[in-house]
Design a protein around this ligand. Sequence first.
Ligand SMILES: [Mn+2]
Length: 146
Amino acid sequence: MPTTPSMEDYIERIYALIDEKGYARVSDIAEALEVHPSSVTKMIQKLDKGKYVVYEKYRGFMLTSKGKKLGKRLVYRHELLEQFLTIIGVNEENIYDDVEGIEHHLSWDAIDRIGDLVQYFEEGDKRVEDLKEIQQNNEADVEEQS
Ligand SMILES: [Mn+2]
């Protein structure tokens, strides 16, 4: 069963919650994703069918090893894209929503290549400065034209 963007959002959030607090309750997920608890329950059933989560008496539900593996990649993908947008100078206030908007629509190939690019910029301050210089020149051009 291929995952949908919505399933990915849930698995990503559940992984992050378990990482943070040791568990993920329906109410925590509903709050984090700003959805109704009944939607969470529905999705949990779907994720259970896909073998991403498993219900455990008393502990609520947990991620299976398949769910954990995917969750880890999804959290990594989100963080990498935030890092990428930060490095290229995107306004901080746009970053979260931009990442939420693009993360489900890139191939893992594209994610890995962006990872290379982030590494490229991290390995040399001069590279970031050169990019900033281009951006400043472009901004100056725009101001001249207006
Ligand atoms: Mn995300």
